[in-house]
Design a protein around this ligand. Structure first.
Ligand code: ADP
Ligand code: GLC
Length: 484
């Protein structure tokens, strides 16, 4: 029987995206809706959403939100996207800025957001069975729902799932946040439950107070239990290990569909990928000013350029990588050192390598379609969306064996012919370069093997079908529901 689930997050497609979290929020709710649940989403109303979608939003109303010393109005809007209702929390001062996160007052902004979402439930009189919160921006929700609405059984009945998309971003703030912005007493610091060093942690609060904790791949769910991958939260994760589930992400295969994608030079299917990808490669080469040659091995990279993504393994070895008979297209923004290295690469390898510094959704689609290999040598990767899209577009991922990359990419086995990509284990630039050479060699020297790998990649199920049913099972478990 269908149930009601509210997803709360800092970003979500189709309205706003800085990374894979938005992909998940834009696709998992829809997959659960298709399974018969009433699924809704709450995100802040950012300036970028107002600029692009204001006409499509319906104003619900305004209420005064009291959260500690914060006493300010929140205005709510909504929009229905294919049956999933999105709610938006408007606060000009907090959310109408150029970026989404990374401001001095992030703690105050997201304390307000979380309290405003909880107040909204009462205001619109819609009581979800489950709230699934995501990442640090929403980590306080389970605790606030219990502690700030003490006498209302409707709040107490809500069950909480907290999903970790990236443990490294924790939302750690000063202890004074408790009374000033959260409306909570110092006991939550004193008893240690949300204490982190001398302050408090939103991420830790989510881990401690949710009924169940999930993360976005089985391997990452194990890695974060160790000191190496635990970002200093491994002790508390170990304490919750019985309630920690690792559920691998999917992608929206309706949005990411090479046969329908309107942004491609040519659409293609599992049958027509050879000619389809060639045409897309040629178009991409023309668009970016690369030498036009549909037979060359084209490597793509679409990523935030940060240490997490292993970009310095690449920048350290640009000459060696480009010493191969390849072309290299990089799309992304991030740390200055990485951006500068790729800018240098473009000037040193004119016609062979291109760096597009920026965020460009359309170009991303064309790189996924036009490339042969998709490079993702992350030092750690909770799940990764890029490699899933790449496989679905018949582009073989070349990844480091970590987190979700390990769970989703099966490396080529030259003896059995199995695999849907390439991988290496050590976080080491030489191993990566070796694997790139190996893959490029298969591309040129063993066409039948390459074709079989692409076929396997295209046949890999990267949809939400399986994982949405695991989320459902989890929800059933915490609510003691049976299937009927
Ligand atoms: P993360 O969320 O850690 O950045 P993921 O692999 O989970 O990594 O998701 C990244 C998402 O953002 C993918 O959908 C990828 O295509 C997209 N993306 C990353 N950088 C860019 C960019 N510069 N332009 C367009 N899309 C990008
Ligand atoms: C985070 C992780 C990424 C994951 C995404 C969606 O941004 O870094 O690995 O795919 O969240 O869950």
């Amino acid at each position: 029987m269908g149930r009601s689930i509210l997803f709360v997050a800092g970003e979500g497609l189709p309205f706003i995206k800085t990374g894979g979290l938005a992909d998940v929020i834009g696709s998992l709710p829809k997959a659960l809706l298709d399974r018969g649940h009433d699924v809704r989403v709450a995100i802040p109303l950012y300036k970028q959403i107002i600029d692009k979608y204001y006409d499509q939003l319906e104003r619900i109303g305004t209420i005064q939100v009291h959260s500690g010393w914060i006493d300010q109005p929140a205005t709510y809007y909504k929009a229905n996207v294919d049956g999933v209702m999105y709610y938006f929390v408007e606060h000009q001062g907090y959310f109408e800025r150029e970026g989404l996160y990374g401001y001095e007052d992030d703690g105050e902004r997201f304390a307000f957001f979380q309290r405003a979402v909880l107040d909204m439930i009462y205001f619109i009189d819609w009581w979800p069975n489950i709230i699934n919160s995501n990442d640090w921006q929403t980590g306080m929700i389970p605790l606030m729902a219990h502690a700030c609405y003490g006498d209302d059984y409707r709040y107490q009945n809500i069950k909480h799932v907290y999903t970790i998309h990236n443990l490294a971003f924790q939302g750690n703030f000063g202890v004074e946040m408790l009374p000033t912005c959260l409306g909570l007493g110092y006991e939550y610091f004193d008893n240690g439950s949300i204490r982190f060093d001398t302050g408090i942690s939103f991420m830790k609060a989510g881990i401690v107070y949710a009924d169940k904790v999930t993360t976005v791949s089985p391997t990452y769910s194990q890695e974060i239990l160790t000191q190496l991958g635990g970002e200093r939260l491994d002790p508390v994760l170990r304490y919750r290990r019985e309630d920690l589930w690792g559920i691998v992400n999917g992608i929206d295969v309706n949005v990411w569909n090479p046969n329908k994608d309107p942004l491609l030079a040519k659409n293609y299917t599992k049958q027509s990928w050879v000619s389809g990808k060639k045409a897309n490669k040629e178009a991409l080469q023309k668009e970016l000013g690369l030498q036009v040659n549909p037979d060359v091995c084209l490597i793509g990279l679409v990523s935030r350029l940060t240490n997490q993504k292993g970009v310095y393994l690449i920048t350290e070895k640009l000459n060696e990588i480009l010493g191969n008979d390849i072309q290299f297209v990089v799309l992304g923004t991030g740390e200055e050192a990485a951006e500068n290295a790729f800018k240098w690469m473009e000037s040193a390898y004119k016609g062979k390598a291109v760096y597009y510094c920026g965020y460009n959704e359309e170009l991303a689609h064309r790189i996924y379609a036009g490339a042969d290999l998709f490079l993702m040598p992350s030092l750690y990767e909770p799940c990764g969306i890029g490699q899933l899209i790449a496989m679905h577009y018949g582009t073989l991922p070349l990844v480091r064996e970590t987190g979700g990359l390990k769970d989703t990419v099966q490396p080529y086995n030259q003896y059995t012919g199995e695999g849907n990509g390439f991988s290496f284990y050590a976080a080491n630039a030489d191993d990566m370069v070796y694997t790139i050479r190996y893959a490029v060699n298969v591309f040129y020297q063993n066409k039948p093997a390459w074709k079989a790998l692409v076929k396997n990649a295209l046949n890999t199920d990267v949809s939400w079908a399986k994982s949405a049913s695991v989320y459902e099972e989890l929800y059933y478990q915490i609510c003691n529901w049976s299937d009927n």
